[in-house]
Design a protein around this ligand. Sequence first.
Ligand SMILES: CC(C)(COP(=O)(O)OP(=O)(O)OC[C@H]1O[C@@H](n2cnc3c(N)ncnc32)[C@H](O)[C@@H]1OP(=O)(O)O)[C@@H](O)C(=O)NCCC(=O)NCCS
Length: 180
Amino acid sequence: VDVPSLLTDRLELVSLGPDVLKALTGGDPEEAERASGVQFPGDWPGEHRWMFELRTGQMEKDPSCQPWLVRGIVLREDPARRVIGHINFHEPPSEGAVEIGYSIEPAYRRRGYATEAVKAMFDWAERDHGVERFIASVSPGNAASLRLTANLGFVKTGVQWDERDGEEIVFELRRGPGRS
Ligand SMILES: CC(C)(COP(=O)(O)OP(=O)(O)OC[C@H]1O[C@@H](n2cnc3c(N)ncnc32)[C@H](O)[C@@H]1OP(=O)(O)O)[C@@H](O)C(=O)NCCC(=O)NCCS
């Protein structure tokens, strides 16, 4: 599926389809780079492996969900097109809501890139698909992500136990008429 990039002032969010993710998790970064036109961090997939494998399965089952799933984050000014992080919704909207996930490579943190990428994903979901409810699940010790969600106006709606990540605080952000 050919999914156009999302652009912000500084970033390009490049959709990574099942073939690209499969090449990455299958240990063939050259093929992943050839198929995507971007350059991946040398230690990928690393801790992202389980998530890339999960998303690959989702897209193989239903190719139309690709626009909602994994995007590599690239600096528009970087001619080498190095990936500095990734962002995705966990799945297409369910009951009008989408859950966001993101990560920025350590060397590129604290420059507002995660915030800029999250806003772009929310703008796209709201403008093109009418989504007005956004979820984020954050570990209580994740200062950066707690700050990011607070800055965007997320409010706590509960806590949950994630099999992989343990305790998480669940946040929700509502957008739409009269709210944004
Ligand atoms: C969470 C993460 C994506 C933030 O990326 P980032 O690009 O550094 O975030 P931003 O630069 O947009 O910063 C967002 C806010 O968090 C603050 N922040 C960033 N890192 C922080 C830290 N280590 N401690 C405290 N605050 C921090 C920033 O100062 C900013 O707040 P401010 O504008 O009020 O100053 C990044 O730390 C990361 O990849 N962590 C590991 C993966 C992860 O935790 N993903 C999220 C799971 S819910």
